[in-house]
Ligand binder design. Structure first.
Ligand code: C2O
Ligand code: CU
Length: 399
């Protein structure tokens, strides 16, 4: 499969009649949804029509280092240039792609899209939709607010205009009696979304690295920047009007006001053929929760470390148990490029993740096994302003 992506400026209509100067892949936000089967080879030709360099990072894909789309593994694609990415899609799940250069601006302006990889074990539900959750910070004139406000370096950039798939106050429709799979991605620079679907119960069936072992029934779920959740939603009754909301959450900057992302209207009933099995997948735990960490990452030091930090290399095949210690006053979504980890938390199901929130004044332990993909990798906070200010480290995977 060959996909052409052209990064360029365009008039982004965020609401009927409201246009801002966006950066989009192929002149749209989100960029085209890429849908494939596990095992497919995906080739993407990126052409840069912006006035500044860019790259594309394939968030969550376990691909060779050279294809990771960061400036540690490639020269940024200069204005007017083309770069070809090509790799095999090893895992089924909900992934996304986004710019990895001047991200705070390029991602805010819209350089992101969904990448869905289907596998043989996907449950058969009635329908499927992709929901990319975002927010936009506008100035008094209605344009995207300028970048580099010093307050944002520390607090992150949150905007008052909430977007689903690049549109504010999106109206969604769904047939009564059906169960849908919703693939949800938080693509916001900073905003944490404590997701509620009309305060009703839904099932979480997957997360960053694909299906969970079993559906988990909840009434809300926290989705931090970079994270994905796959949900089984419904059935609803005809005539219901359901608020899809970000509930209040305090990430260390005070409790946010609940805010509506979109409204779901339930139409006439359609027959359902959905089958949600009790067991979705087997995931072997990598280690038991009380194992000794092999490395401690002090997120406070990371936050104040500045650019170019290097962490010690990791050897292929050597189990990693990382203790992520957050002594700062805010939550940080920790993202590891190119590999999945398991969060060692007895209260949560075993799952494959690439991004995990480390709440303030808490620690989170993760385990992962570097498979044979040597090269330059990185981890960072997925609050893009924190990443930009240097809350990141490079490390090598070596044989
Ligand atoms: Cu989605 Cu380096 O990140
Ligand atoms: Cu952070």
């Amino acid at each position: 499969m060959l996909i052409q992506l052209e990064a360029r400026e365009f008039d982004w209509e965020v609401a009927p009649g409201r246009v801002v100067r966006g950066f989009g892949f192929n002149g749209q936000v989100p960029g085209p949804s890429i849908e494939a089967q596990v095992g497919d080879t995906l080739a993407v030709e990126l052409t840069n029509r912006l006035a500044e360099p860019t790259t594309v990072h394939w968030h969550g894909l376990r691909i060779p280092a050279a294809m990771d789309g960061t400036e540690s593994v490639q020269r940024a694609v200069a204005a007017g240039e083309t770069f070809r990415y090509s790799f095999v899609l090893p895992d089924a799940g909900t992934f996304w792609y986004h710019s990895h250069v001047n991200e705070t601006e390029q991602v805010e302006r819209g350089l992101y899209g969904a990448l869905v990889v289907r596998g043989p074990d996907d449950p058969a539900l009635d329908a499927e939709r992709i929901l990319l959750l975002d927010d936009l910070k506008l100035d008094e004139t209605g344009e995207i607010a300028s970048f580099g406000d010093p307050h944002e370096h520390h607090a992150g950039r949150e905007g008052g205009l909430l977007l689903v798939n690049g549109r504010s106050d999106a109206g969604l429709e769904m047939a009564a009696g059906q169960i849908e799979r919703w693939r949800v991605v938080n693509v916001a620079n900073t905003r944490f979304v404590r997701l509620s679907i009309g305060a009703q119960i839904f099932a979480v069936i997957g997360t960053d690295g694909g299906l969970l072992p079993a559906p988990l029934r909840v009434r809300e779920i926290l989705v931090t920047p970079g994270e994905r959740v796959d949900l089984a939603v419904g059935p609803f009754t005809e005539g219901e009007e359901i608020a899809i909301e970000a509930l209040g959450y305090d990430r260390g900057k005070g409790e946010t006001e609940p805010a509506r992302l979109a409204t779901l209207r339930v139409g006439a009933a359609e027959p359902s053929r959905a089958k949600l099995p009790d067991s979705l997948r087997r995931i072997e735990p990598l280690v038991s929760a009380d194992v000794e960490p092999t490395r401690t990452i002090d997120m406070k030091a990371l936050m104040h470390g500045g650019h170019g930090q290097r962490d010690t290399p990791v050897r292929v095949g050597e189990l990693q148990v990382w203790e992520l210690v957050n002594e700062t006053g805010q939550d940080h979504p920790f993202h590891l490029h190119g590999f999945f980890f398991q969060v060692l938390d007895e209260s949560a199901p075993t799952a494959w993740k690439d991004t995990v929130n480390v709440p303030r004044k808490q620690s989170v332990r993760v385990a992962w096994l570097p498979d044979d993909r040597p090269g330059a990798w990185m981890y960072h906070c997925h609050i893009l302003e924190h990443h930009a200010m240097g809350m990141m480290a490079h490390f090598d995977v070596v044989r």
